[in-house]
Design a protein around this ligand. Structure first.
Ligand code: TXA
Ligand code: MG
Length: 348
């Protein structure tokens, strides 16, 4: 198929382009759109045929459920099969629109293809005017996974999407770089205690402030337990080259990466180094990419996926990455790093 690409600006919405894209959604086609987290590959969340088109474009296994994007509370109430709890209301008030996905019992309006056979549905209201206008104009909730080929780092820039999905989708709405840069936090509200199934743009600490006790799915931290969010079990976000994370006191980490880089370079390998603003000057050889500042890990969140894709572009043979703090937003950044490295971590 030939993909139509429209360049849009959030501040000056091109309503004509969004109208056309909305028409594609109503006809069960596929539209890539920007959100504040990562770009999404969207289609009508109420149609089996549309859900299948998403899985086909992405090359995604169909046992991995999709997030349903909404622009109003009426739309939320249409896709969930339970009354809103006080907890849900508090969370929506505080974090929507924004990078928080909530899991509810699903209503019969949502086909099993969207939820991959589960009785629950994941919903969020994105904080991006292009996304919200697209949902409003189409008058439909939009199911959308991240708009990357399955297994690749999620797309945070239009060029990533165009590289992965051109001629595999009907429309691409290209906007600016994603502000948050990693995906939404997925929070399961169907159990006794709200549980994080995927760390993301809203932190554990922020959630606790609003609703008190919050659990973290055991599958995220323990290799032996299967994660509850089916998507978390796949190798993900992986750059082409094998990646190792080095963890420990920072000077030791830097020294270890310097040594490994020297060894590998001598063997004729091109080494990629995932460093930080504070350490990038310490390295001389290889492809050195800074993922942002240790003082503000939101910068690392925004840069991480682009950094991983840069290593692919430069065709490095092997990658060494510095570990970051796992507090606050660091939890989500480190989760993506560990998955990109296939949990290959060396303590120094
Ligand atoms: O920020 C985001 O969430 C982006 C943008 C486009 O909104 N979307 C996104 O979608 O990351 P995706 O499909 O790449 O990841 C959805 C995650 C997967 O890990 C999936 O298994 C989980 O959410 N998920 C979806 N529905 C679920 C459900 N009913 N129960 C448990 N996990 C669910
Ligand atoms: Mg994804």
């Amino acid at each position: 198929m030939k993909t139509k690409i429209y360049e849009l600006q959030e501040k000056h919405l091109d309503f004509h382009a969004i109208q056309e894209a909305a028409e594609v959604i109503r006809n069960n086609g596929t539209v890539v759109f920007p959100t504040e987290t990562v770009y999404g590959l969207g289609a009508n969340a109420l149609s089996q045929e549309a859900a299948r088109a998403i899985y086909a474009a992405k090359g995604r296994p169909s046992d991995n459920p999709l997030i349903v994007h909404i622009s109003s509370i009426d739309m939320l109430l249409y896709v969930i099969g339970e009354p809103l709890s006080l907890t849900a209301k508090k969370l929506m008030n505080k974090f929507w629109p924004g990078p928080l996905t909530l899991i509810f019992k699903k209503s019969s309006a949502v086909p099993m293809e969207v939820t991959a056979g589960l009785g629950t549905v994941a919903v969020r209201m994105p904080d991006n005017d292009i996304a919200l206008e697209l949902i409003k104009q189409s008058g439909l909730p939009i199911a959308a996974p991240s708009a990357n080929i399955s297994g690749k780092p999620s797309p945070t820039k239009a060029e990533h999407v165009i590289g992965d999905l051109q001629d595999r989708v009907d429309v691409i709405l290209s906007g600016s770089s994603s502000r948050v840069g990693l995906e939404s936090t997925v929070l399961d509200l169907t159990g006794e205690v709200p549980t994080i199934l995927r760390p993301g743009g809203v932190t554990l600490e922020e959630l606790q402030e609003v609703i008190g006790e919050v659990h973290i799915d055991k599958g995220l931290t323990c290799k032996e337990t299967a994660p509850k969010a089916p998507g978390m079990k796949y190798t993900h976000y992986a750059p082409e080259a094998a990646m190792t994370i080095l963890k420990g006191e920072l000077p030791k980490v830097v020294k270890a990466i310097q040594q490994l880089t020297e060894e590998q370079t001598k063997l004729g390998k091109l080494v990629g180094i995932l460093a930080t603003e504070e350490t990038k000057q310490s390295y001389q050889e290889g492809v050195i990419v800074s993922m942002g500042s240790r003082d503000n890990l939101y910068t690392a969140a925004a840069a991480i996926f682009d950094a991983l894709r840069q290593f692919d572009k430069q065709k490095v043979d092997i990658i060494y990455a510095e570990a970051l703090s796992e507090e606050n937003i660091g939890m989500a950044v480190m989760n993506r790093l560990k998955k990109a490295a296939g949990f290959n971590i060396i303590e120094v």
